[in-house]
Ligand binder design. Structure first.
Ligand code: AMP
Ligand code: GLY
Length: 428
C-alpha cells in the first residue's frame, strides 16, 4: 500500500517507523516530515493543511491511505475533502470527519456531547461576550481552583487553571473580551477542577467497532516535580500500574462505549484514532478532553510497545473487521524522554546543530531516537522546534527504561538542550 503520512513531529517519526515496519506498506511519503522521518520514507515539502497540494500528490503518487498526525487538518476537514472528491474518494483517510473532529476542535461541543451520552466529566458552564457578567458571577460561585478553557484550538495554551477568583476573572476577561486566543476564545468553558492522576488512552475506531491500542502517562509540565508551564509533553511512560484490568474495564464501559454510541447516534463519520485524556479520580475515570488524533509524545511509547502490525489494524478499521484483530503488546515497560530547546514552551531559538546523533536512530540497544523538531541543513541536523528529540527505551520496568533514555540523551548535545530527569518518578 502507498501511504501518505501528514505531520512533522515525534509522533509522526514514530508513526513512520510503525508504518514502514508493516508488512503491507510498499511506499511511505511524509509531508513535511523531519530529519528523522527520511529513515523510513520520503519527505515531501507540503504542509498538512495545503489540501490542494495534497490532492495533486495523492493522484500523481497513487496514494491509497492518508494517515493524519496533527489535529489541524482534521478540524479543517481533510477527511471530508477527500471523500467528497471523485478523484480521491477511494483513498482511506485515517482520521475523523470535520464534524467528529469537533470533539477536539470545540470544548463546548465535546462537553455537551459527553453530557448527552453520560460520559463522566467535570461539571461545566459556557459563556461568551453576551453573558459575560453572568459568567463572572458564576466564577465567584465556584470552588477553587477553577478551570477556564477557550472553546477552540489554541495550540495547547487555551486551558488556564486559576487558584484565585481575581486570577480567574482576569483570565476570563482576557479570553472573552480581549480575544486572547482570537475566535477560539470567543466562547469559554468554565469547568470544575478534578483532582487525580492523568492517563491518555488510545483507540482505533471506524465509528462502530473499536480497539484499544495502548495507554500512557504524559508529563506535561516543563519543570521537574510537575512544576512550571504546561508543554505539549516532556515525556511518557507505559504501561501505567494503575491502568489495570479493573480500571480499564471502567474506561471501556463508562467512557469508550458511550462515546462510540454517540458517534453512531449523531452519524459522525469517524475512521481513526481517538485519544481519551482521562483523570483517574479515586479509581474512577473522568474525561478531561477528547483528541481526534494520537498524542505526542504518547505515540513514541505506545507504538513501540504495540506488537500488532499497525497497518493491519488500520486496514481492519477500513474493512469493518476491527473485532477480529488481536492486539498484542511488548511485555517490557517503555518510556520516552523529550529533549527541548532552552526557553520552551516560551520563545526559543531554532537552527542549533545537534551533535552526537547516531546515523541510524534505531540501532541502539533497546533505544529509539525519535526526531520531533529537527531538520537537515546540508550534512547536519539542526533544531527546528521547541521539542527536539524524544528518546524512547524499553526496560524491565519504567525506571530502567527511563534510565536508558537519559543515558543516551547524555551523549547528545545542542546548545540550550534540556530535559526532565524525573520522568516516571512516581513509579521508581
Ligand atoms: P487540555 O488542553 O484540555 O488537555 O488541558 C490541559 C491540561 O489542563 C490537562 O492535561 C490537565 O492537566 C489540565 N486540566 C484540564 N481540565 C482539567 C480539570 N477539569 N481538572 C483538572 N485539570 C484539568
Ligand atoms: N501529549 C498530549 C497531546 O498530544 O495532546
Amino acid at each position: 500500500m502507498n501511504i501518505l503520512l501528514l505531520g512533522s513531529g515525534g509522533r509522526e517519526h514514530a508513526l513512520a517507523r510503525a508504518l514502514r515496519y508493516s508488512k503491507t506498506c510498499s511506499r511511505l511519503l511524509i509531508a513535511p516530515g523531519n530529519a528523522g522521518t527520511t529513515e523510513y520514507g520520503e519527505n515531501v515539502d507540503i504542509q498538512p493543511t495545503d489540501f490542494e497540494a495534497i490532492k495533486t500528490l495523492c493522484i500523481t503518487q497513487f496514494i491509497e491511505m492518508i494517515v493524519v498526525g496533527p489535529e489541524e487538518p482534521l478540524v479543517k476537514g481533510i477527511y471530508d475533502f477527500v471523500v467528497n472528491d471523485p478523484e480521491l474518494e477511494k483513498i482511506t483517510v485515517v482520521g475523523p470527519s470535520a464534524g467528529a473532529a469537533q470533539l477536539e476542535g470545540s470544548k463546548s461541543f465535546s462537553k455537551k456531547f459527553m453530557q448527552r451520552y453520560q460520559v463522566p466529566t467535570a461539571g461545566f458552564a459556557e459563556f461568551n461576550e453576551g453573558n459575560f457578567e453572568h459568567g463572572k458571577n458564576h466564577i465567584h460561585a465556584q470552588k477553587l481552583p477553577i478551570v477556564l478553557k477557550a472553546d477552540g484550538l489554541a495550540a495547547g495554551k487555551g486551558v488556564i487553571i486559576c487558584d484565585s477568583y481575581e486570577e480567574a476573572t482576569k483570565a476570563f476577561e482576557e479570553m472573552v473580551i480581549n480575544k486572547q486566543f482570537g475566535e477560539a476564545s470567543e466562547k469559554v468553558v468554565v469547568e470544575e477542577f478534578l483532582q487525580g492522576i492523568e492517563l491518555s488512552v488510545f483507540v482505533v475506531t471506524n465509528g462502530s467497532q473499536y480497539k484499544i491500542i495502548g495507554h500512557a502517562k504524559d508529563y506535561k509540565r516543563i519543570g521537574e516535580g510537575d512544576t512550571g508551564l504546561n508543554t505539549g509533553g516532556m515525556g511518557c511512560v507505559t504501561p501505567v500500574p494503575f491502568a489495570n484490568d479493573e480500571f480499564m474495564q471502567k474506561v471501556e464501559e463508562r467512557v469508550i462505549k458511550p462515546t462510540i454510541r454517540g458517534l453512531q447516534e449523531e452519524q459522525l463519520a469517524y475512521n481513526g484514532f481517538i485519544f481519551f485524556g482521562l483523570m483517574n479520580v479515586n479509581g474512577d475515570p473522568y474525561v478531561i478532553e477528547y483528541n481526534c488524533r494520537l498524542g505526542d509524545p504518547e505515540t513514541e511509547v505506545i507504538l513501540p510497545r504495540l506488537k500488532t502490525d499497525l497497518l493491519e489494524i488500520l486496514t481492519a478499521m477500513r474493512l469493518g473487521r476491527l473485532d477480529d484483530v488481536v492486539i498484542e503488546y511488548d511485555e517490557r515497560a517503555v518510556a520516552t524522554v523529550v529533549a527541548v530547546s532552552e526557553g520552551y514552551p516560551g520563545k526559543y531559538e531554532k537552527g542549533r546543530t545537534i551533535n552526537g546523533l547516531p546515523a541510524d536512530t534505531n540501532q541502539q540497544q533497546d533505544t529509539i531516537i525519535f526526531h520531533a523538531g529537527t531538520k537537515t541543513e546540508g550534512d547536519t541536523v539542526v533544531t527546528n522546534g521547541g521539542r527536539v528529540l524524544a528518546v524512547t527505551s524499553f526496560g524491565t520496568d519504567i525506571s530502567e527504561a527511563v534510565k536508558k533514555s537519559k543515558a543516551v540523551l547524555d551523549t547528545i548535545h545542542f546548545e540550550g538542550m534540556t530535559y526532565r530527569k524525573d520522568i516516571g518518578y512516581e513509579f521508581e
